[in-house]
Design a binder for this molecule. Structure first.
Ligand code: ATP
Ligand code: MG
Length: 577
């Protein structure tokens, strides 16, 4: 049960003064809170013995008010500090998760589904928040409060009565501990169901257009209902078990009340205690209900917090599978793929096989080949997205393993096959490539990527919002914004992965010509299905099933009468042959 607190030891240590203050304030408030019952008991005794005077009554009332005001102020202070602590830990862990998400390589996101990661960053984090706020509160408060009350009962009324009245209580703790275990198992299951429901929501939202166009709404709804029902069922199981707790507590405390009244009356008859004592004692018993109840919940809250924290730590403790120990920096961009082979972490077959390419700084490499032949995979190896496979990939005479991910990627401008734009303005999307770029650099990037004419047609030009809150852009416009984003960076290595597929042939030519001119001495890698984009390359490779099928210049490959020349003829004749 205390695992949760041990796991968060670092936090409690860092904030030890906060928690020591909370403890101190709580103890003061607890002591204050037992006073009113005393005052009431005394008042009753004064009245029954006829000793009451107006003066005495006023004194009692003023003491009452002062105590209440003080405990109110104390209550405010500890609550504020305690919840503050919980909010703090929540935001610290959330930042850690965020940093992790930003740092991890693609295989992490292939193994962990988005909805599941989101569940950890929301629902699980809430459980941790709750455990740090209410769990810790109960732990400190319920125990000290209980102790104070029991002490007050024994000292001011009677130890004997206290003993008998509290006899049924350990029973409660026993039963609750047993139920608690079941609740936790149920909670874990419900949390997992929540994760998969989260995933389904994401899928439904992301695929809504597809669903509509295939008129699959009904099926989707049915599928989603299944997932929601599953969650509902598991959640209700937790609630059902939870609901068993409360009546139990009431049952046990009722027994205590009966003992207190019955045996209290006996003791009062004997003259051991007064009537006022019985009233005071019963008020105390009543005050015990809350900490009793809270202690029962404590077990749950802490266990839940622990289960959630374990799920969160599991993500935080995942090591990135791409090594990032190196910190060497490249000077030139001479590249050498030497017998590079690679298999994706989740793939069953080799995705790159003995690929060897030499490319000098400033040269252009064209990559062609059937879909699924390994073109993007080759690029991703260069970007250090995945762990290295066999063979050596050398840039500037340095093995890529020796280069830091950050240092390497800073040199590269990469336009991926999937265009990803943020829901920001067109300008912000372009400037993302180089936040410090000047106005001239921005204009140059726009010119090179042939975006100028389109900007004129957009309602607010560069300030047009893109994505969810903005206008829908065409595929070609998105691609060119992505290209502008990479060009504004003026990278030493530019990589276009099928980045012109949605652009018409004329615009494509314009962009390729611009890139050729502006990047004369810089390395450029172009992956394409349209050979016209790479005819000018210094080296062209054709990939097939993870291997290099053909390699050479455009002229050489056309002579070769292999896949390339067949494709080339097909293209030249407009696909008529
Ligand atoms: N993350 C991944 N995990 C496992 N296998 C993958 C992964 N990404 C791609 N593959 C597999 O690797 C092979 C090569 O894929 P790749 O994306 O490199 O093809 P490509 O040549 O870029 O194709 P396209 O022209 O369609 O973009 C394919 O068989 C694909 O199924
Ligand atoms: Mg690809």
């Amino acid at each position: 049960m205390f695992e949760f607190l041990i796991k968060l030891k670092w936090f409690f240590k860092e904030n030890k003064w906060r928690y020591i203050s909370i403890l101190a304030v709580l103890i003061i408030v607890n002591v204050l809170e037992v006073i009113p019952a005393q005052l009431i008991g005394r008042a009753i005794d004064f009245i029954s013995t006829g000793e009451i005077t107006l003066m005495l009554m006023w004194q009692l009332i003023i003491a009452f008010v002062v105590v209440i005001l003080l405990s109110y102020a104390g209550g405010f202070i500890w609550q504020y500090m305690l919840i503050g602590g919980a909010v703090k830990i929540e935001s610290i862990i959330r930042m850690k998760l965020m940093r992790k998400f930003l740092m991890m390589s693609p295989s992490f996101f292939e193994k962990n589904k988005t909805g599941d990661l989101m569940a950890r960053a929301t629902n699980d984090l809430r459980s941790v928040h709750q455990a740090t706020a209410w769990g810790v509160l109960t732990l400190i408060d319920a125990t000290t409060f209980m102790g104070t009350i029991i002490l007050a009962m024994g000292v001011t009324v009677s130890w004997e009565l206290t003993f008998y009245a509290l006899l049924p209580l350990p029973l409660l703790a026993l039963i609750e501990a047993k139920l608690g275990r079941k609740i936790n198992a149920a909670h874990k299951e419900s949390q997992e169901a929540f994760s998969s429901m989260n995933n389904s929501v994401l899928e439904v939202v992301e695929g809504v257009r597809l669903t509509r166009s295939y008129v699959q709404e009904k099926d989707e709804r049915r599928r989603f209902r299944g997932v929601t029902d599953e969650y509902l069922e598991r959640f209700m199981k937790v609630e059902r078990l939870d609901a068993l707790f409360q009546p139990l507590t009431i049952l046990v405390t009722m027994t205590s009340f009966m003992v207190a009244l019955g045996y209290g009356a006996v003791l009062a008859n004997k003259g051991v205690i007064t009537v006022g004592d019985i009233v005071t004692f019963n008020i105390y018993l009543n005050m015990l209900v809350w900490p009793m109840f809270a202690l029962g919940m404590l077990f749950n809250i802490l266990q839940r917090g622990n289960a959630s924290l374990t799920r969160i730590y599991k993500v935080l403790d995942t090591e990135d599978d791409v090594n990032d120990d190196g910190n060497d920096v490249i000077g030139n961009t001479d590249m050498n793929f030497d017998d590079v082979s690679f298999t994706y972490p989740l793939s069953k077959r080799e995705n790159l096989r003995q690929v060897s390419i030499k490319l000098k700084s400033g040269q252009t490499l064209g990559i062609a080949g059937r879909t699924g032949s390994g073109k993007t995979t080759l690029i991703k190896q260069l970007l250090k997205y995945y762990p290295q496979g066999r063979g050596r990939l050398v840039i500037d005479d340095m093995d890529i393993g020796r280069l830091g991910k950050k240092e390497l990627r800073e040199k590269i401008g990469y336009v991926s096959q999937e265009n990803i734009l943020f829901s920001r303005t067109v300008e912000a999307n372009i400037r993302f490539g180089s936040p410090g770029a000047t106005e001239e650099e921005l204009q140059e990037a726009i010119r090179l990527s042939a975006l100028d004419a389109d900007l004129g047609r957009m309602p607010y030009g560069l300030d047009t919002m893109v994505g969810e809150k903005g206008i829908a852009l065409s595929g070609g416009q998105k691609q060119r914004i992505s290209i502008a984003r990479s060009l504004i960076k003026d990278p030493e290595i530019l990589i276009l992965d099928d980045a012109l597929s949605a652009v018409d042939a004329k615009t494509e030519k314009r962009i390729i010509d611009n890139i050729r001119q502006s990047r004369k001495d810089r390395t450029t890698i172009i992956v394409t299905h349209r050979l016209s984009a790479i005819t000018h390359s210094d080296v062209i490779i054709v990939m097939e099933d993870g291997e290099i099928l053909e390699m050479g210049t455009h002229g050489e490959l056309v002579e070769n009468s292999g896949w390339y020349s067949v494709q080339n003829d097909y293209y030249q004749t407009g696909g008529a042959s």
